[in-house]
Design a protein around this ligand. Sequence first.
Ligand SMILES: [Fe+2]
Ligand SMILES: [Fe+2]
Length: 373
Amino acid sequence: MKYEQKNPVPIPPTGKYQEVEATIGTVFDWEYSLRKQNLLTLFEKGKALNWNASDLDWDTDVSIERIMAERSAAGAGDVMNNVMNPPKKMTDKEMIELQLNMNGFMLSQFLHGEQGALLATAKIVQTVPWEEAKFYAANQVMDEARHVEVYHRYLTEKLGLSYEVHPSLQTLLGDIISDSRWDVTFLGMQIMVEGLALAAFGMMRMMMAGEPLIQDITSRIMADESRHVAFGVMTLDKLYTEEMSGNELREREEFVIEATHLLRERLLMTQVFERLGWDVPLWTEWAKEMPFMVGFRQMTFSKIVPNLKRLGLLTPRVRAAYEKMDLLRFEHMKDSVEEPEPTPPTELVQILMQFLAEGPKNGEAVVPGAAAR
Ligand SMILES: [Fe+2]
Ligand SMILES: [Fe+2]
């Protein structure tokens, strides 16, 4: 594997290496009872569905500028100004810059989240008590290394624009890695971070209709991620409803609420407006209030909420916090066992379709992402 890093990923203020201290109990399973058939089936699936990042078409000419320029030539700029209602009327050039940087920002956070997943899953191999869960976690470790590889290559070789890890995501990943309780690693990574990523990937695939390489990457990664989220749901099954004391459960509720706040913050994209040299408070306020962005941020919880419910973690305390954030609207949606891939809310898809429909005859590329759900 060799590729040209035309534009290396920026380093966060904390430096290029970050050491996180953790005291964890590494568990041998000498019984090898392999009782959890669903995990063994998932392991078989994971092995069969392995893919190689080198097989992707890296010769694809990726030009987000071109795609966006074509879209704005077809009138998308007017839609952007009318539908998205920015604080000031945007020129086509500004719209292209914003889109390019938003993509770079989102894909960079995906990359950093993938590194977190790689480390968290390696830790799960050590800490989870059952051998069959260790098997699957080992399979996931390989998936995550490949995801880091793919996003890194795309960002540095193809997009040429990337961002350092968002401080909120960095905090959450550090918390997940340093926690000594094995189930909290699952809860933080497989249920929260990967649940959010799965939904966000779906949106990225729709927004980037017309760019075949990212379509291919995203579809492959989403297929892997849906197994990872299912791994979390299967492993934590009944743990919170039948095996935990009130105090232990309370700690998990706190963790879920805190993780939710951190994940929401990381979606505000303040760093994008900083880099563009735009009025940061003004544009951040816009990103906070604009219906599409509000919808997008909420949509990223569309898999997390039903999964928490399935695990018995949508307790009165968590419900009260989620009520305030208007996230309970997803509680009746299908969880990852019933439906592995997320379904974006109809109203959000409509806004996005309106925006993209003005683009250069790529409606057919947009529809499969939306229609597949
Ligand atoms: Fe991943
Ligand atoms: Fe994953």
